[in-house]
Design a protein around this ligand. Structure first.
Ligand SMILES: [Zn+2]
Ligand SMILES: [Zn+2]
Length: 422
């Protein structure tokens, strides 16, 4: 599924069971083989690492340079609005100025492979954190403005569906450093560059595992879309998130609905400890959002939850849904089992959803001039995330949520193929 336009890179990997060639998209979490029909879930201990194979040069003599690969939503809070954008790029992580800062379009035409720490090649070390890389991308590309923006930024947030590392091939020939894909020199080989390319790399322990997606509680096949980060067990009614290479249980609820002929869309309901701004209770939320409601004393004790879509979608829809749900504070009539309806796959992690809380707060606050300058000193400590599935009825091109009285365009969450009904 692609809730917004963006490039999904392709990855080639032999089927772990029969060896047949399988082409995956980078967001795929299931490997499905057309030859032996095995369907395996792909686990990684942290993030996925890929490499671009060199076109002619032998792999064993290739040096691989790391690039961060990002795709997701990017928000920048300024005086006095929130800019948003889909970030879909790569950025050099080696810190070496002689290498191109991005991988460019090559990744869209070539197939990646999973990088393996057992490969007998040299991997240059990664010198940049995800956040450092994103800050540099923003500075270098001015992606919200045609020229450099020097004004104030109160907060920046990246809510990613893809954060991975791609290694690009290099080799040395005739005192020059060559791009291993284009077979073209990109820099002369100086003494210091040679030292940098030959620096010893500490032993890495990367690994990806392919395992059948079976419910850890009852052993049934878990269901989900090809890019689901949370899988559902329709036998014992449980939900599972892959964390550090294993499945962990996720708390979930399904909002009751009289009719099975609906599509359930997942949202994260998050609780967090907030410091630096008065937002402890529902009474505080009503005041911040200036909701036209007569205050009730019990609201001072009522806990608030922050909401965010748990599926990939356009940044403006993401912001709108997160705001609407957080203002509404829905308290559904919940089921803790899955009805026989269609479920939209969960494609956004709770960790990423927590990154959106400050953006939602800024979006809700009515007194923006007073509220935005407080954002840098606001701290948000994530406490708990629960998945809540809301029923939507299909009406033409719209998906309508009857209880909360809002609708979204069907195409903003992708086509009908996204629906995992089994
Ligand atoms: Zn196979
Ligand atoms: Zn089960």
């Amino acid at each position: 599924m692609s809730g917004y336009r963006g490039s999904a890179l392709q990855v080639e990997h032999p089927c772990p069971q029969c060896g047949g060639p399988v082409i995956l998209e980078e967001t795929d979490r299931f490997l499905s083989c057309n030859y032996c029909h095995v369907r395996l879930y792909i686990f990684s201990k942290d993030y996925f690492r890929y490499y671009l194979p060199p076109s002619k040069h032998p792999e064993s003599d290739t040096i691989f340079a790391p690039y961060w690969r990002f795709r997701g939503l990017y928000f920048s809070i300024r005086p006095f609005d929130i800019k948003n954008k889909v970030l879909d790029t790569s950025f050099s992580a080696s810190g070496q100025e002689f290498l191109p800062i991005s991988m460019g379009l090559r990744t869209q035409t070539l197939k990646l492979k999973f990088a393996d720490s057992e490969m007998k090649t040299t991997y240059l070390p990664n010198q940049l954190t995800v956040n450092e890389a994103i800050s540099r991308i923003e500075k270098m590309t001015h992606f919200f403005d045609s020229h450099e923006y020097t004004g104030r930024i109160f907060h920046k947030a990246f809510v990613g569906d893809t954060v991975s590392m791609i290694y690009a091939p290099l080799y040395i020939r005739n005192r020059a450093i060559y791009d291993g894909v284009l077979d073209r020199p990109i820099a002369t080989l100086t003494q210091s560059r040679q030292e940098c390319l030959e620096q010893p790399v500490g032993k890495t322990a990367w690994r990806i595992d392919f395992k059948p997606a079976l419910c850890p509680d009852c052993g049934w096949d878990l269901s989900g879309g090809r890019d689901s980060v949370v899988l559902l067990c329709r036998n014992c009614d449980s939900a599972w998130h892959s964390v550090k290479g294993t499945f962990r249980k996720v708390d979930f609820r399904v909002v009751r609905w009289r009719d099975r002929n609906v599509i359930y869309l997942p949202c994260w309901r998050m609780s967090a400890e907030i410091e630096g701004v008065d937002l402890k209770s529902y009474a505080d939320l009503v005041k911040t959002a200036n909701l036209p409601k007569a205050p009730k004393p019990e609201w001072r004790k009522k806990e608030i939850f922050f909401w965010a879509p748990a599926f990939r979608t356009h940044p403006h829809l993401f912001m709108r849904l997160a705001r609407q749900m957080t203002i509404l504070q829905p308290e559904g009539d919940y089921n803790d089992s899955f009805p026989r309806s269609a479920f939209c796959p969960v494609t956004l992690d709770s960790g990423e959803a927590f990154e959106s809380i400050k953006v939602t707060l800024a979006n809700i606050a009515v007194a923006k001039r007073k509220f935005f300058p407080k954002l840098p000193s606001v701290t948000i400590r994530p406490l708990k995330a629960m998945l809540v599935f809301f029923p939507f009825t299909v009406e033409g091109n719209e998906l309508v949520q009857t209880q909360l009285k809002f609708s979204i365009q069907r195409n903003t969450i992708g086509g009908p193929e996204i629906l995992a009904t089994s």
